[in-house]
Design a protein around this ligand. Structure first.
Ligand SMILES: Nc1ncnc2c1ncn2[C@@H]1O[C@H](COP(=O)(O)OP(=O)(O)OP(=O)(O)O)[C@@H](O)[C@H]1O
Ligand SMILES: [Mg+2]
Length: 710
């Protein structure tokens, strides 16, 4: 053998070894995921067996019956209505409160907006002493303390922003049990880094004044959760130091693995666990085909907002990159929508300012990257639009779940095109299970038949529930046909094999372009977007694989032959493609997703009133004065005395705002309800948004110019 030949073969062998190693890595990842899934399914099966035939979600997974009666029932009801202004408990709230009041530890898994805060705030008021609440973000803590202040509850925070005077008050309260301190918020760093604080807490406990410990956003403890925070890992010390104090850990989402992790790390093996459904029945999920032309996408986003939410209803638009974020915000602004951007490149003050304007309804839309995350506490977000797909089902569930935390109908719209996939895959491929997670959300987007909700139920290992037509696929499934794409798939594989034989690489888009020029050989007449769909499907089915190559400036994703390519070539694997007629008319599915925005004049006036009162009580959010749900209840019931109003919003809010509310009711209770959408549709199609708003306001006659215009 000539040296040259040896070198050449050696190179080939090395390349092949690399390929095999890559495949082994992928298979190991897959095996790991399957093991995880096996554990989850086994525990689900056990739970199902234990509770009879099927697991009852929404009901406590506890053996004891925690609904009551208990001696504190009437006192709890009184605080719920007269302090919090909440007329009835939501699922599991009463039971969780009872567990804490009984001195037991509890793990609460309850969807975003389910009402977790009440579960520890109410017992904090009922029990003697100080409740310690650990929360991961300063902004979340500030929000909560402000809301508590609006309710007249003595809540403080001990953070880097706390004044010396307040710090002194807090330490004195902890040490001597003096003062009125009921709830103390801290970040996890306080527990792990401040010896002084821990020693004061020790004294507080010793004197019997530590009433309960609450760990909010508890998933931050687990590396398997989506927002791991190293300082959360040290919170196990709380149960070790204060074993007799009830500890409550709360989170919106936790897979079985994360739940087990939390119980172990927080040392609460015997806790009572409440798992509420992850289902958010008020959210309508839609995936819309994304145009390759950037401007068209923005036009569609703008049209969606203007048509469905013409009254400054709050929303979020998520983008892939910082640059895209700024661009989209700018273009929405040009189209008359009050929008601003939010991303990690901005300094903290600028970010905070944007967030505040939005929280106070002075800005309609925040266009953000993933950096706009956990601290969002606004309950009345009516829509969350994804300009690009998220990196996993879990991330999408979290981000879209910021809509409708007040329980009112809201929409989650994702713009998807296959070309966005390599952008994400070249970012996530090095993360643990990064590609698998990405492909799960891509499957969600590609499917035109399967209920969107079913993906969430499967992901969080929960039995399926009825979607009630609250996703595009359930609303439009009849328009989808499934075609056998095995033949074109074979052609794609052969083409790629030839290219690889000639040492040529191809990105997904290059491959699609090539295939587009070889329509005849494909054997079926597929449109460009259908070819993109096919290539992506082959990646999802592991017939093709994405491979990554680094340059000094970026990582490029290429499409190559995958582990199951042979099966396709041999006709042993059938490839199915779901083709929808829906995409022909991109705006066609708007009809069903768009809810008619019907409001009464009274609702408008009460909305204006809460904004006015929020300004008077500086710093409070309008929704802390009256939630959208309370506005709806008042408008429906039209109470005409303080006593009647008190039954809806409780004593405290009635005392503070009752006379102003009754004044509005007496003026506007009898005015006819108005369908704002219908009114807007009457106008010429090319009117500007400002004109439309003006027209709406004129037609309403009673609407004054408001301060929420930007
Ligand atoms: N029983 C109830 N009836 C009506 N509204 C409620 C009830 N319980 C809570 N709420 C309201 O629901 C909204 C969301 O509550 P909360 O902030 O506690 O949600 P959460 O479960 O902590 O959600 P997240 O996971 O997003 O933090 C708040 O505006 C709260 O006042
Ligand atoms: Mg919360």
């Amino acid at each position: 053998m000539e040296t040259e030949e040896i070198v050449e073969e050696l190179e080939n062998v090395e390349v092949e070894i690399q390929n095999v190693q890559e495949q082994i890595k992928q298979l190991l990842d897959r095996q790991e995921k399957l093991y995880e899934r096996q554990v989850e399914l086994n525990s689900l099966l056990e739970a199902c067996k234990a509770s009879g035939s099927s697991m009852e979600f929404g009901a406590p997974v506890a053996v004891e019956n925690w609904s009551g009666p208990f001696e504190w029932d009437s006192q709890a009801d009184d605080v719920r209505l007269n302090v919090f202004g909440i007329s009835k408990y939501r699922a599991n709230q009463r039971e969780i409160i009872n567990v804490i009041m009984s001195g037991r530890d509890v793990l609460v898994i309850m969807a975003a907006g389910g009402g977790k805060s009440l579960c520890y705030q109410l017992p904090a008021i009922l029990r003697d002493g100080v409740a310690l609440v650990v929360s991961p973000l300063l902004s979340l803590i500030q929000d909560q303390v402000m809301c508590m202040a609006a309710l007249g509850i003595s809540a403080y925070m001990l953070t880097s922003t706390t004044s010396k005077e307040n710090e002194k008050f807090i330490y004195k309260s902890l040490e001597k049990g003096e003062g009125e301190l009921k709830i103390l918020y801290v970040t996890p760093e306080k527990i792990s880094k401040s010896k002084r604080f821990m020693s004061k807490l020790e004294k507080c406990h010793h004197a019997g004044h530590l009433s309960l410990i609450s760990i909010d956003e508890a998933h931050c403890c687990s590396q398997w959760g989506h927002d791991f925070r190293p300082d959360y890992k040290n919170l196990g010390i709380l149960k070790t130091q204060f074993p007799d104090v009830p500890l409550v850990a709360l989170t919106a989402t936790a897979t079985q693995k994360v739940q087990n992790d939390l119980m172990e790390m927080l040392h609460i093996p015997k806790c009572i666990k409440f798992v509420s459904t992850i289902n958010r029945p008020n959210l309508f999920y839609t995936v819309r085909e994304k145009s390759p032309v950037g401007k068209v996408v923005i036009d569609e986003v703008a049209e969606f907002i203007q048509e469905s939410y013409p009254n400054n209803e709050s929303g979020i638009v998520y983008c892939f990159s910082r640059k895209e974020c700024e661009q989209v915000a700018h273009e929405l602004l040009e189209r008359g929508i009050s929008a601003d951007f939010y991303h990690a490149d901005m300094d903290v003050n600028a970010r905070e300012k944007v967030h505040m304007r939005w929280s106070k309804n002075k800005l309609q839309v925040i266009v953000g990257t993933v950096a706009f995350g956990m601290g969002i506490n606004k309950p009345d977000v009516r829509f969350v639009i994804h300009h690009s797909l998220s990196k996993s089902v879990e991330t999408y569930y979290q981000e879209s779940g910021r809509a409708g935390r007040d329980g009112l109908p809201s929409e989650c719209l994702l713009f998807f095109r296959p070309a966005d996939v390599p952008r994400q895959s070249s970012m996530v491929f090095y993360e643990y299970s990064g590609l698998q997670n990405l492909y799960d959300i891509v499957r969600y987007c590609q499917s035109r038949k399967q209920c969107r909700r079913s993906t969430y139920f499967r992901h969080f290992t929960e039995p399926l529930q009825d979607c009630n037509g609250m996703c595009d696929n359930c609303a439009f499934s009849s328009e989808v046909k499934e075609v056998d794409a095995s033949h074109p798939a074979k052609f794609v594989v052969s083409l790629l094999q030839d290219m690889q034989g000639n040492d040529k690489r191809s990105t997904m888009l290059q491959l699609v372009d090539k295939l587009k020029n070889k329509r005849k050989e494909l054997g079926v007449d597929l449109k460009r977007e259908e070819i993109e769909q096919l290539v992506l499907q082959l990646i999802l089915d592991r017939v093709l694989t994405e491979e990554f190559q680094h340059t000094p400036y970026s990582t490029n994703a290429y499409v190559t032959i995958g582990p199951l390519a042979k099966q396709v070539l041999q006709g042993r694997k059938i490839i199915k493609l779901e083709i929808s007629s829906r995409h022909k008319n991109v705006t066609g599915n708007k009809k069903s997703t768009k809810r008619s925005v019907t409001s009464s004049v009274l609702e408008f006036k009460l909305d204006e009133l809460r904004k006015e009162l929020a300004l008077v009580h500086r710093g409070i959010f309008p929704h802390s004065i009256l939630s959208s749900e309370l506005i709806r209840m008042i408008s429906a019931q039209k109470p005409n005395s303080m006593e009647e109003l008190e039954k809806i919003i409780g004593k405290l809010k009635t005392e503070k705002y009752g006379s102003r509310i009754l004044e509005e009711i007496s003026k506007y209770a009898d005015t006819e309800p108005l369908d704002i959408n219908a009114m807007l549709k009457d106008g010429p199609g090319n009117e500007s948004r400002a004109t439309k708003r003006l027209k709406t306001q004129k037609a309403l006659l009673v609407i004054d110019s408001s301060d929420d215009e930007v």
